[in-house]
Ligand binder design. Structure first.
Ligand SMILES: Nc1nc2c(ncn2[C@@H]2O[C@H](COP(=O)(O)OP(=O)(O)OP(=O)(O)O)[C@@H](O)[C@H]2O)c(=O)[nH]1
Length: 203
């Protein structure tokens, strides 16, 4: 069995039901799951390798549960993360308040963690602009203020999903947070693109 190392730990954060799991599913498995919504319990993990020129970068993505019940647990998963994809639902203003909460938390506790703000479900507002509850420019201003990248994505159509993780990998590769040494990497002993759950979904 060939061992695999995670180069960069990435954590998905955000209010429940904003679409964190769907984002990871779209990125890793190129699919959008329909059917009843199943909330994440604890967290799920997936490793994904990306070819970047002659280099291979392996992202270890922790998909945390958005429910406030699991807030303490989510803190465990962002420890040591080099990138956080902080998600909010473009059609739910309260989810942006929750995103601000996670940003503050990361700023206080994980100063080396790069933040990527992700407005999800853009397909819904493309269908009906009146559904948008969070202004693009307001978030862009906030992103600039905190030194974050900002994306709007749809896991349903795939819009911008690859781009966000590609940017994470590029930032890692461009040595922005490459001070992580060989010693601090994690050996997984798993095959490529493996997806396994620590606590799994509520089904
Ligand atoms: N239309 C649309 N619906 C989406 C999109 N992403 C997620 N959803 C729906 O939103 C609901 C919640 O999605 P999840 O991905 O499970 O949300 P989550 O943030 O992982 O939720 P928790 O596990 O509770 O933290 C599901 O019914 C999804 O089908 C999207 O891009 N477009």
């Amino acid at each position: 069995m060939s061992a695999m190392r995670v180069d960069a730990k990435v954590v998905m954060l955000g209010k429940e039901s904003v679409g964190k799991t769907s984002l990871v599913e779209r990125y890793v498995h190129h699919r959008f799951l329909v059917g009843p919504y199943q909330n994440t319990i604890g967290a799920a993990f997936v490793a994904k390798t990306i070819q970047m020129g002659e280099k291979v970068v392996t992202l270890g993505i922790w998909d945390t549960a958005g429910s406030e019940r699991y807030e303490a647990m989510s803190r465990i998963y962002y420890r040591g993360a080099r990138a956080a994809v902080v998600c909010y639902d473009l059609t739910d203003s309260s989810s942006f308040q929750r995103a601000r909460f996670w940003v503050k938390e990361l700023q206080n506790c994980e100063e080396h963690c790069k933040i990527y703000l992700c407005g999800t479900k853009s397909d819904l507002i493309e269908g009906d602009r009146s559904l948008r509850q969070i202004d693009y420019h307001d978030v862009q201003d906030f992103a600039e203020e905190i030194g974050a990248q900002h994306f709007e994505t749809s896991s349903k159509t795939g819009n911008n999903v690859d781009d966000i993780f590609q940017k994470v990998a590029e930032d890692y590769n461009s040595t922005a947070f490459q001070y992580m040494t060989e010693e601090t990497g994690i050996d997984l002993g798993q095959k490529k693109d493996s997806y396994f759950y620590t606590c799994c979904h509520n089904n």
